[in-house]
Design a protein around this ligand. Structure first.
Ligand code: HEM
Length: 605
């Protein structure tokens, strides 16, 4: 018999009748626990509760079809994030319809979505309900400050309002000479490598350096890399190292946002300084380096603006870069629209982060495809040379309007091989997701809308949408640039895909669509126009082993085991005739480029 009347430590405990040998009570056990045991016990209890909850509590998502969970701990996430997980993603797209249920951490339900109407709801109509998850934004906030990728709601809207006009076509036009100057340097640097004989070059490395320099000069008015020589740059190194270093804390990242809520920023800073872990200290140093360079660049711009037009024009991008234009617009903005300096600073690293790997991936993929398809490459080269006739460089308007084949190649590559395969969103409140047409649940019943419980994670399936056969036709999985040379079929134009670009989800859509999508297309076209005039690209001896790896931004490696990003292609200098502009350029240029140019002309003659 138990007498349940004694209250100990606030817990109602059963009291045994035999008081001579009392059995240990829960309260006594708790009293004997060390703080460490208590933490471990709480975590275990939390995990057990989470797992039990998922097993026993039914939700509206239970009926959605999807693959079986692979593990209690990580569900299907292992397959989803596997760098060789293309077959799994292909299966999600082809086998399970436009809404797929997946398992996340400890059985949490995740919806993979590529139904056009549902995607429209997520990224456009209910964009404030479905927002990037905190575990994603907080680590970027710690690294870069409150920039576009890491802020929410009104702050995000205000930042976009100031930044959207800075990315207008008019400003892109002014950016063109800056991009050409960088593309010329790239051409000169590669020409030196292959001047005597065709060679295998790691084009990923060259394109990566170029993409960083393009956003450096075009975005910040800052030069990371002269390209024609190897020069160390600690800002560039810090940017490159940020993601790989933070990746070591991948699992912690999911709970990282708790840390950012503890005390003031200076308190958290002191706390971090006390953590005796080399990786934590490395992240701190990286963040410090990024921040101090951003401050230095911004101060330089402010001083030039104060000193007047002459000082502005003397800057690297002559005051035409994104941050300079933003600074000027911000000064003229009303008090309610103005961005505080902290937010302008945060845009710098945000832009470099968002622009570099994405553009590198897309451009490298195009070069790789051109190497595999020599006829396409030859046709594109002819188009470029015909339009270029007599000009130093193809003008912005001609680049955009008079090179349809170049445009088709870019669009088709961005459709079939989007650098970002999916993006995550979290439902910040309960919501209802309508569908373009009903799907069938696991019980055979038609479902035309889905109740989404608060806290559900959703993956917007960029890859699956871009490859959807119902929209793009039976040849959706083939790389066919010609599909863009005639009007697109009604299935595409009428599909209401909510993407900002060409019925594709590559740059997403809605209020958080890629702000740099025009910038990125211009970069790609300028670089391709310059490279193809001078070089022929073909597969390197090891090209058959090149594997593209799935990641936040996909990247190539040689083989499936080595994880070193690399894209070897055979590069051949085509003919000296195509160096007319190079000769002219090197005569005009000064310093290293001129000497380099003279050396090269000497060798070629
Ligand atoms: C081929 C190249 C590119 C691709 C495929 C790409 C793709 C994307 C995607 C999918 C997003 C949405 C991310 C999300 O919401 O989770 C995004 C956002 C963003 N991108 Fe790009 N991007 C590219 C190039 C660029 C460039 C060149 C810039 C800058 C000049 C840039 C700046 C940004 C920024 C700042 C955001 C955040 C926008 C916001 O949240 O308001 N991107 N990009």
């Amino acid at each position: 018999m138990l007498d349940c009347t004694e209250l100990t430590h606030g817990i109602l405990l059963p009291i045994p009748h035999n008081h001579q040998h009392p059995r240990p009570s829960l309260a006594m056990l708790i009293d004997t626990l060390s703080p460490l045991h208590a933490v471990v016990l709480s975590v275990v209890a939390w995990v057990v509760w989470k797992v039990a909850y998922r097993f026993f509590v039914r939700t509206s998502l239970d009926k959605i079809p999807g693959p079986k969970s692979k593990s209690i701990l990580t569900g299907n996430l292992g397959q989803m994030f596997d760098r060789h997980g293309w077959d799994f993603h292909h299966e999600l797209g082809q086998r399970y319809g436009p809404i797929v249920k997946l398992s996340g951490i400890l059985g949490q339900q995740v919806l993979y979505v590529f139904d056009p109407k549902a995607m429209h709801n997520i990224v456009v109509k209910d964009q404030y309900t479905y927002q990037p998850a905190e575990w994603f934004t907080e680590s970027l906030q710690v690294g870069f400050g409150p920039g576009l990728l890491s802020v929410y709601g009104e702050t995000h809207r205000r930042q976009r309002k100031m930044l959207n006009p800075v990315f207008s076509i008019n400003h892109m036009r002014h950016m063109t000479p800056v991009f050409y100057a960088i593309a010329h340097k790239l051409r000169d640097a590669i020409a030196v490598q292959v001047k005597e004989t065709p060679r295998d070059l790691d084009m990923l490395r060259w394109i990566g350096r170029t993409a960083l320099e393009l956003i450096g000069q075009g975005g910040l008015g800052y030069s990371f890399d002269p390209l024609v020589e190897d020069k160390p740059n600690d800002f560039g190194d810090a940017m490159k190292n940020f993601l790989p270093t933070i990746f070591h804390f991948q699992l912690l990242r999911f709970k990282f946002h708790w840390f950012t809520k503890i005390g003031s920023a200076s308190f958290r800073r002191r706390l971090v300084e006390m953590i005796p872990n080399p990786l934590v200290q490395k992240i701190k140093d990286i963040v410090d380096t990024m921040h101090s360079h951003a401050v230095e660049i911004l101060n330089g711009k402010k001083q030039a603006l104060k000193a007047g037009d002459e000082a502005v024009v003397e800057q690297i991008s002559q005051g035409k870069d994104i941050i300079s234009v933003l600074l000027k617009t911000n000064m003229e903005a009303s008090e309610e629209d103005k961005l505080p300096e902290e937010e302008i600073l945060a845009q710098m690293a945000t832009l470099v982060f968002a622009a570099t790997d994405t553009t590198t991936s897309a451009l490298s993929q195009i070069l790789s495809l051109l190497a595999e398809h020599p006829n396409v490459q030859e046709r594109l080269r002819r188009e470029i040379l015909e339009v270029k006739q007599g000009q130093e460089d193809i003008s912005y308007d001609m680049l955009v309007d008079r090179l349809p084949y170049l445009d088709a190649i870019c669009r088709e590559t961005l459709r079939l091989y989007p650098p970002v395969s999916f993006v995550f969103r979290e439902a910040f409140e309960d919501a209802v997701l309508p569908l373009s047409r009903p799907i069938y649940g696991v019980d055979g019943q038609a479902i035309s809308e889905i109740s989404i419980p608060k806290g559900t994670f959703l993956a917007v399936g960029i890859l699956a949408s871009n490859r959807n056969k119902e929209i793009w036709g039976e040849d959706a999985l083939e790389w066919k640039p010609e599909r863009w040379l005639s009007p697109l079929p009604e299935a595409v134009t009428g599909s209401r895909i909510p993407g900002v670009y060409s019925n594709l989800m590559t740059f997403l859509g809605g209020g958080r669509a890629c702000i740099g999508f025009k910038f990125s297309q211009l970069e790609m076209k300028v670089v391709l126009a310059i490279l193809l005039q001078s070089f022929k690209f073909s597969p390197a001896d090891c090209s058959k082993d090149i594997t593209w790896n799935l990641a936040g931004v996909k990247y190539p490696t040689i083989g499936k085991v080595d994880n070193h990003p690399c894209l070897p292609l055979k590069v051949e200098l085509i003919s000296i005739r195509n160096f007319e502009s190079f000769i002219r350029f090197s005569r005009l240029a000064s310093g290293d480029v001129s000497i380099l140019g003279q050396k090269l002309i000497y060798r070629l003659c």
